[in-house]
Ligand binder design. Structure first.
Ligand code: KG4
Ligand code: ZN
Length: 340
């Protein structure tokens, strides 16, 4: 192994966070994220506004990431960027920026799949965090995706289950909207769930074959439940908010854990990782961890800052690809529906 210092700048702009990070030989030097507050008042991401905000944020965010890393641009070895999946207008900002910067600095460009990023974030060198051995199972749960992936090697992954409709993050956010909570509602439901009774209200779990998920029926069940209860008692939501949140969270965790158990049984793999924005959830983290005693799993739960969208996960994939000399051409295009 050479003692060369490999500095990778990662750039992420697939949805509504503009993020940049610098990683040195797999270890984090900086991780900067600019959240776009603008979407809160619309209760969801507005693609046109997202891409405009990325254009405003990208220069200062990249600048800060390089400054915080304590290096000069000229020290960078390569630039990794999110090619997809995501919103086309958002992806284009990061892609064009990464291309011009790599061209200007005359260094390689590396394209990264956002979903691989959520999974490979587990390979960032962090004290106190073990890296999963191959093969392992990764459940990626976010605002746009819900997948169970069999990870045979860094770039050899098979999706063995996924949602046939909404993502789990959407189930959180849409339920939260019905309850009058702000966007994104996941963190607030999580906070309130800890104060409520998870068995106060019962929602039936969807019946989907095999390892696939469905959340659209669940969302409708929450809607009908709220409508019915509010008709009887207009103050139902405010009087029961923590219990409703706890019951929603309990059902969602049940749905996720059932599939994960089945996946582990079918593949005979006991090393289980989670990733994506919803993996910040305290209940899901707890349920996964309890699988260690209950099912003999070894679990891998990402550091909090690597759960929701960030560029460190893009930079680490960039580093792993750099080691394999896997570079992109400068005419590469963003791809909104890129598959793992
Ligand atoms: O990975 P991410 O930042 O963006 C996507 O790629 O979608 O995930 C965002 C999603 C949102 O739906 C948000 O509500 C959810 O992650 N989320 C949470 C929590 N923190 C973020 N959901 C449940 N509990 C949380 N603590
Ligand atoms: Zn994501």
């Amino acid at each position: 192994m050479s003692s060369q210092n490999i500095y990778i700048l990662g750039i992420e702009s697939s949805c509504d966070d503009t993020a940049a990070s610098v990683i040195l030989n797999g270890r984090l030097l900086s991780n900067v994220v600019a959240n776009q507050k603008i979407h809160e008042e619309y209760g969801g991401v507005v693609p046109e506004l997202a891409s405009r905000a990325h254009q405003q944020n990208i220069v200062p965010v990249v600048d800060q990431a390089i400054k915080k890393a304590g290096i000069k641009k000229s020290q960078l070895s390569a630039i990794a960027f999110t090619r997809g999946p995501g919103l086309m207008g958002s992806l284009l900002v990061g892609t064009s920026f990464a291309k011009s910067l790599a061209y200007g600095l005359n260094i390689p460009l590396i394209d990264v799949n956002h979903m691989q990023g959520h999974i490979l974030a587990h390979f960032i060198d962090e004290d106190g965090f073990e890296k999963p051995p191959f093969p392992f199972l990764a459940m990626t749960i976010s605002g746009g995706h819900t997948q169970i992936v069999k990870v045979n090697h860094y770039f050899n992954m098979e999706v063995i289950g996924e949602t046939i409709d909404d993502a789990v993050g959407e189930a959180y956010d849409k339920s939260g909207k019905l309850l009058g909570l702000g966007y994104p509602a996941g963190p607030e439901i999580d906070k309130r769930a800890r104060l409520g009774n998870p068995k106060a209200f019962k929602f039936t779990k969807p019946k989907v074959e095999g390892l696939n998920f469905s959340f659209s029926g669940f969302k409708t069940a929450v809607l009908y439940f709220i409508q019915r209860e509010v008709k009887n008692n207009p103050n139902f939501i405010t009087e029961n908010l923590n219990d409703i949140c706890a019951s929603i969270q309990y059902t969602i965790i049940g749905i996720l854990m059932d599939k994960l158990k089945l996946a582990s049984k079918q593949t005979n793999i006991n090393h289980i990782a989670i990733g994506g924005g919803v993996s910040a959830n305290s209940g899901i983290r707890g349920a996964l961890k309890s699988g260690e005693d209950k099912f003999g799993w070894t679990t891998y739960i990402p550091k909090f800052e690597f759960t929701t969208d960030n560029a460190a996960m893009i930079a680490i994939v960039g580093y792993l690809k750099y080691l394999e000399n896997d570079f992109a051409e400068n005419n590469i295009m963003a791809s909104a529906r890129l598959k793992i």
